[in-house]
Design a protein around this ligand. Structure first.
Ligand code: ADP
Ligand code: MG
Length: 222
């Protein structure tokens, strides 16, 4: 679940962004849309507690994120948030398996090869475990990054522009994969995108509920 009220973020050397209030039930899908520069990535960073809001209140996965201190927010993020960033940041010198093991290490949990294998399996890339990122296609790399994001079975999955530079078929795959992964974990899913195709790739109904909740950001005013 995600809930925010009066959320605002002022970049010290940039714009002040004001976000609409929103309430997303656990397990629902939020489609965060709007033109480039309107604040989508900023909103994701606030939800992931990568930055603290300048004003307002934000609850994510049961936590009052606006009140989290830095150290606590790192530990909380590792467990509660699965982030699929726009740039995947797979470590080039490590195999797929090692990239995921490093993610576990960075989250402060013991290496669990069985869980890594299971996450790769669920995303259809189990056979790529020994490859280097340079030996993966774009779609495969995205699957690996998503497997890494959900290793600790987070309650919230955040995807930043997951269809950027993908053709129609690959874009449909990427969105389908996110929906299936979130559903398997009963996670709340946020897809932030300026790609108009994405809305059409989410079914109108999921489990008898409206397929997604829209949150449209407008270009900010300085
Ligand atoms: P979107 O993801 O919707 O394209 P962003 O959240 O990346 O938008 O950016 C929102 C606005 O904040 C833009 O005007 C951008 O230039 C500005 N911005 C983003 N990051 C920074 C930063 N680190 N410092 C200053 N301004 C920034
Ligand atoms: Mg962005």
């Amino acid at each position: 679940m995600i809930r925010c009220q009066g959320l605002r973020y002022a970049y010290s050397d940039g714009p002040t962004l004001q976000f609409p209030d929103v309430q997303v039930p656990q397990g629902a899908v939020l489609l965060l849309s709007g033109p480039s520069g309107c604040g989508k990535s900023t909103w994701l960073a606030l939800v992931a507690a990568l930055m603290s809001p300048t004003a307002g209140q934000l609850w994510v996965a049961g936590e009052a994120v606006h009140a989290l201190k830095k150290v606590a927010s790192d530990a909380w993020r590792a467990r509660a948030i699965g982030f699929l960033p726009q740039k995947l940041h797979l470590s080039a010198a490590m195999s797929v398996q090692q990239n995921l093991a490093m993610a576990q290490w960075a989250s402060g949990v013991p290496t669990d090869s069985a869980r890594i294998a299971q996450a790769l399996q669920a995303l259809g890339v189990a056979e790529l475990a020994e490859r280097l990122p340079s030996q993966l296609s774009g779609g495969q790399a995205q699957r690996v990054a998503l497997a890494r994001a959900v290793l600790l079975q987070p309650q919230v999955i955040l995807a930043d522009e997951p269809t950027a530079s993908l053709d129609d078929e690959a874009a449909a795959d990427a969105v389908g994969l996110l929906l299936a992964t979130a559903k398997a974990q009963a996670a709340t899913l946020v897809i932030a995108t300026h790609d108009a195709r994405v809305a059409g790739l989410i079914p109108a109904q999921i489990d008898g509920r409206k397929g997604f909740q829209p949150l449209q950001l407008l270009r900010h005013q300085l």
